[in-house]
Design a protein around this ligand. Structure first.
Ligand code: ADP
Ligand code: ZN
Length: 215
């Protein structure tokens, strides 16, 4: 297994990019946000612990998410490339990840930063809609479903995520600036940072550039 970390602000489009890239059979996508939302929905002990942090737009404790990611890496050793989307989220998690990878003999190929200006980030998050049934993501501006308000994949009614309200979004952006942004320097210092421009709406073009950049 080798790992590519996706870095970018909430709303940078890294989740959408990852889903698209993972259509290739040799690429897997691990979204820690999805993993946690799944645990909350299923009512597991980890989910019960995570719920309040997530609804407030705060990070869940490092040990909690590290355990979940560690289990995934140990159980999926046969995958060729894993896109890590949402982890690490701070420098402590980056150090934890380095240990996890070393223990499991996994190579970190690079950290891919999806670079998007703040105004675009805010606009994208406010247009975001998700399917509560299957987890598919849409955007009223940039990635509308075929029928308004309805999931293309499964037909369920789309919703706005609880942590996508304007107030919580502002808070998540502040958490990103304070805790996650320093990872850009962290991976740059280790010669692992690669950057792609995420401001355009052409998903296919971004996927192409992303694959070229992580080669
Ligand atoms: P976004 O990137 O749009 O903020 P995610 O779906 O990645 O949203 O994450 C949603 C929430 O899940 C975060 O606000 C946080 O509470 C929690 N979360 C996800 N990944 C992590 C992580 N690596 N460490 C701590 N909390 C996390
Ligand atoms: Zn659906």
């Amino acid at each position: 297994m080798n790992v590519v970390i996706l870095l970018g602000a909430p709303g940078s489009g890294k989740g959408t990019l990852a889903v698209e890239m993972a259509k290739r059979p040799d690429i897997a996508h691990l979204s820690t946000g999805d993993l946690l939302r799944g645990a909350v929905k299923a009512g597991t002990p980890a989910g019960l612990e995570a719920k309040a942090y997530m609804e407030a737009g705060n990070l869940v404790p490092d040990e909690l998410i590290a355990r979940m990611v560690g289990d995934y890496i140990a159980e999926n050793a046969s995958l060729s490339t894993v896109l890590l989307d949402g982890f690490p989220r701070n420098v402590a998690q980056a150090d934890i990840l380095a240990d996890l990878l070393a223990k499991n003999g996994v190579t970190l190929r690079c950290a891919l930063l999806l670079d998007v200006p703040d105004e675009i980030v805010v606009r994208r998050i406010s247009g975001r809609r998700v399917c509560p049934a299957c987890g598919a993501g849409f955007n009223v501006d940039t990635l509308p479903p075929k029928q308004e308000g309805i999931c293309d994949a499964c037909g369920a009614a789309l919703v706005i995520r609880k942590d996508d309200t304007p107030e919580t979004v502002r808070h998540r952006l502040a958490v990103y600036a304070e805790q996650t942004f320093p990872l850009i320097a962290y991976y740059r210092e280790r010669n692992l940072l690669r950057t792609v421009d995420g401001s355009g709406d052409d998903l296919e073009a971004k996927v192409k550039v992303a694959f070229e950049t992580i080669q």
